[in-house]
Every structure is written in C-alpha cells, then in structure tokens.
Write a protein that binds this ligand. Sequence first.
Ligand code: AVJ
Length: 320
Amino acid sequence: MLRTDHHLTPDDLAKALRSDAAEGLTSRPKSLPPKWFYDERGSELFEEITRLAEYYPTRAERRILRERAGEIAAESGADTLVELGAGSGEKTRLLLDALSGAGTLNRFVPVDVSGDFLGEAAAAIGGAYPGLEVHAVVADFERHLHLLPSGGRRLVAVLGSTLGNQPPAERVSFLGDLHSGCTEGDTLLLGVDLVKDPARLVAAYDDPRGVTAEFNRNVLRVLNRELGAEFEPEGFDHVAAWDPDAEWVEMRLRSRTRRRVRVAALESTVEFAAGEEMRTEISAKFRRERIEAELGAAGFSLQEWWTDSAGDFAVLLARP
Ligand code: AVJ
C-alpha cells in the first residue's frame, strides 16, 4: 500500500534554487539557504558527519528515542507517523516499532523535497512493515504543510534539530503553520539541540578531518551543476562560529582571494572581496524556556521534555 503525492516538480526546485541564489548572492552579507546542501553527495557527507566523534546530536537523539519510544507511542496514541524531512533509518523505525507495538499504527507519511530519496525510504519501510499504509509526500515542508494528509491521530515528527536551521521569526511562523494543520488528537514530536559549551558546539561543526568543510563547500558544487556557476570550491575556507547572542552556530564560506564568479543561469557575475564570508547555515541551539515560549506562541503546549543523560539534546512532545 504505497502512494506518493507530488507537490514539487524538479522544475519547481530549479526555480526555487535560482531565486534563492539570486537573492542570497546579492545580499550583504551574502548567504545561501542550507537546504541546498543535500544533493546526493551532500546527503552522503551529512551521513558521514553523523558518525563523527565530534557530532553528538544524532547519537544523543537516537539514545533518547530508544529510551522513550514506548512513552511517545503511549502518550500520542497515534495511528499515523508523519515525518518531516523523512528518513528510513533507525529513528523512524524506533517510532514505527513502538507505535506498532502499542497496536495503534496504520499509516506512515514521509515528507521530503527529494522524490528519489523518498521513493527509497518509502519502499524500504513498506517492505519492512507489511500492511502499513505508506503515503509519501514530495513537498517543501516550509511551504506545503497545508497539503499533508489529515485524519486519524497523527504524530508529527520534526527530528534531527531540523528546526534549528530556521531563524526565530521563520521558526515561529513554521510552528504556526504546523499548528494550523493540526487537529485535536495530533501530537508534535520535536528533536532540538541544546545550548552548551561553545567549544563543543563549534567542534561539532568543524571536525579535524574536514568532513563538515566538504559538506559546506558542496553547496558551491550544487550551484556549479544546477546553475552553471563557476565557483572553485577549494578557493573557499570553511568557517564555523558560535553566535552567543543569537545562540546559533553559523557556517560560512570565506573566499581566500578576491574573485569574480560567473553564474550562467542568473546571467550575472558575483564579486567576492578577499576574505569575504558568505553564510551557508545557521543551526540554532535551544533552551527549554525558549522553545517552550516559541511553541506557546504558535499555540502548542509542551507535554514532555526528555534529554540524554549529558543534557546535550532534547526530544519533546507538544499538543496543539
Ligand atoms: C541536519 C540541519 C540538523 O544543523 O546540525 C551538520 C546539519 N550542518 N553539520 C545541523 C549540519 C553541519 C544539521 N541539521
């Protein structure tokens, strides 16, 4: 029982990339949204990041889910798992197993911008859970939340601190949209990385093997391929910095030299000064009070708050 809804065509994605690049490359400071890291190579590099000793969030979240999946299933009573930024990995299976063990599970709704990725995830899960209705949705969950399948009791999961990629104002509007799409009986499951020693935070985004640096530069390769840009990725240094006021880790690419970069699809040339930095990602870190307030502003009330034993990461349940 597999069905796929398409709310994004490859052409929509191409247009979105073009407009994001046109805007970001002409703003000051220059910036690019982090969602464009994840082509095939970028997704592989991210997988590699999750296995780095310095990158604790994935392991911490997995530990929490292992310990709490039963409670999550019992408290949500969900028959549907909606996963925004879908996976087919261990986290998804922990939740599906728990819901199935509780006897309530009947539908899985993975949502992702990548149709290829979703197809594989949906097929893998469909094969492993016979009888499960898999309803995959190709969509940009920052824009298409109102198009997600409704009905039943849904557990809507936004894991991996994905929320942290959005600045505060966008986060609140995203949570508000999520709330508008919820009905009584739905539950929100959120995984968020927590504020901690800045040295550990920065180390998680600046590993000595340079995997994160390659992941960061990969966005330039995406622009080269998709927009006919002529970036030399090796001409840019990876920068990771903690912003103590905003409480986020910022990744940037710093041009080693003054340069002009042709971007064919934009019919333009972008100039970089020597040492000029372009922001490629923010990764916000949370405190309980702050995320509770943001959830509250969107209409959610916090129900459960679980952390790993080190207090590095939190998984929370909230109700609309
Ligand atoms: C997948 C967005 C949560 O912000 O930690 C990892 C991506 N960037 N290393 C994060 C990422 C650099 C990651 N998220």
